[in-house]
Every structure is written in structure tokens, then in C-alpha cells.
Design a protein around this ligand. Sequence first.
Ligand SMILES: Nc1ncnc2c1ncn2[C@@H]1O[C@H](COP(=O)(O)OP(=O)(O)O)[C@@H](O)[C@H]1O
Ligand SMILES: [Mg+2]
Length: 330
Amino acid sequence: MGVEIRVEGLRKSFGRQVIWEDVTLTVPAGEISALLGPSGTGKSVFLKNLVGLLRPDRGHVYVGGGDVPRLREDQLYELRRRFGVLFQDGALFGSMNVFDNIAFPLREHTRKKETEIRRIVLEKMEMVGLTGAERKLPGEISGGMKKRAGLARALVLDPEIILADEPDSGLDPVRTAYLNQLFVDLNAELGATFLIVTHDIGTARVLPDNLGLLFRRGLVMFGPREMILSSTHPAVNQFFNARRQGPIGMAEEKDLARMEGEGQAPPAMPAPIPPQLMPSDGRPRPSMRRPGEWLARHRVTPPPGSFVDDQGRDWLTEWDRLVRSGQRPA
Ligand SMILES: Nc1ncnc2c1ncn2[C@@H]1O[C@H](COP(=O)(O)OP(=O)(O)O)[C@@H](O)[C@H]1O
Ligand SMILES: [Mg+2]
């Protein structure tokens, strides 16, 4: 089962450059969360702080009892077994073929026999659609394949927490859709906690249970998908609706003159909130919430057209049908 990650008052700088300060959030156990933000806002640095590859200036990262920045090397080594991490560049060993790269954590952290290792590696390779690429070197495969090899490697130890840094960048839309489905199915199957960094608004809108936005040296907002997608906060509204109008500029921060030139237009109506991606077997994941639940509880009117899927089904009634037919786990 997944575990939660509780981050409190985290600050990170490199020399005089403050990346972010006072980041506080809880990544809920067993749920899928996604972190977004303009390039250079420290998303990758954040993930590295969670696994102790970088240390914050101050603050805490509580995972399963320990406080990551304060763990000794041997404790960190133990902790990292519980994480499956897909780094932004795949971080494969260039001199090792795909099979050996994916087998690496099993050989490093377990005493499994080679036949068992082979079974697990081939299973994960099939899962990410890499069957047949065992003997290829990282230099011989495409960027998308490297990502999927990195993902397979992140999965071999059946991690409780999966961190993925832009798993979908460089993938075409169809592969991105497959990858998102894979994440949803894995989460349903393993119950692992997922934290995914992505630039893909389409992914962000349908995949996660929770969304966060990093901008201007801080976490602007983190919370349930419906809260973020219905927000009229200028930066949140701009980012998750992919609009040009708003505080986020080409060079991250617009200057004030430019913003005033655009006028004080109120934030546009958020786009309809799409229904969440379902596992392939059609049954809701245990952590999935009823569509519209957060909005109703906070008396927020859903943007018109929300929760209707591309086949025209309204998920407010569709969900009730699933519950009535007993497909919703109690
Ligand atoms: N090891 C490092 N040493 C110094 N600066 C770094 C290091 N890693 C990242 N940075 C800087 O931190 C900032 C945030 O980087 P990063 O986390 O990669 O951004 P993002 O993933 O959001 O695009 C960038 O300005 C980057 O140059
Ligand atoms: Mg990054």
C-alpha cells in the first residue's frame, strides 16, 4: 500500500539563487498527484529533495516515519528501495543494455535468482511496451523508449511510491494516452502513491487526484483536481487552462507594464472539468472521488459542461450507476 509524503516548510537555494521557499504539502497515500509549473521553477529539484539526492536549506520531508533530509546514508539507501523514480532524462546507464538497466535495482537490492529477475524484467518491459528491445543500448533507442525503460526500471521493486519526472515529454499524444492509462492501472493494482511532474495540461486535467502548481519561488496551490481546475486564482487559472493572459509570461514572470497593458481582465471562466481517467477494467480506483464531490462540498458551481466525457456520457449519473451496480469499492 502507498504511503503519504508530508513536506513542511521546505526551502532550497543554490548559492544566491532561491529556487523555492516554504513549500508545504501532503501527497496523499495511494493517490495520484501531479506537479506542474513553468520550466525552471524547481520541479526536478523538488523530486530530488524527496529522495534525498539533494538536501533542502531547511524544512522536512516525512516519509514512512523518517525525515528524509536528516537520514544517514544507510537509512537513505533503505528508504530509496521504497521509491520507484523515473528521472527526467531516464538516467539509464549508457554502457548497459535495456535489460540490464531494468534489472539493475533487482540485482542491487535483492538476492533474487537470475531466472526470477528475467521474469520480472520481461513482465515490466511488456507492461511499458518495450518487448524486443532487451539488447539495445540506450544510445540506440528513441527518447520515448528511454523514458519507458526508465519507468520499467522504476517499477521492478514494486515501490510504494512512484515519482516520475516528465514521463510524457517527447511522447506523441497516443503514447501519452497509453502511458496515462498505465499509471491509472498501476495505481489501481499496486495502490502506490504517485507523484508525477508533467507539462501536459491534457494529462494534468484527467489523470491525477491532486494537482499542484510551482511558480515564483513557491507552491501556489496544491489540492484536489476539482479545486485546482475550478480555481480563479490568476496563475492557476492561466496555467491549467493554457492561456496567454495572466501573470505567467514567456520569461516566466511578466513585467508589470506588460500586465497593465493587458488590462485588468478578470480571469476567464475555467474550462469544463473533464471526468477522471478510469482504470481499464472500468471500476473506479479506491481513492477516486465522486465527480463533483469537492465542488459540492465547497459550494462551487462546476464550469458548464463539466464531467461529460467525449462520448457524451455524464459522469455524475454514470458514477451513480457504477455505485448501484456494486462496482464502486466500499
Ligand atoms: N545541482 C544544481 N546546482 C545548481 N543549480 C541547479 C542544480 N539543479 C538545478 N539547478 C537550478 O535550479 C533551477 C530549477 O531547476 P529544475 O528543478 O531542473 O527546474 P524544472 O524541473 O522545474 O524545469 C534551475 O535554475 C536550475 O538551473
Ligand atoms: Mg525538470
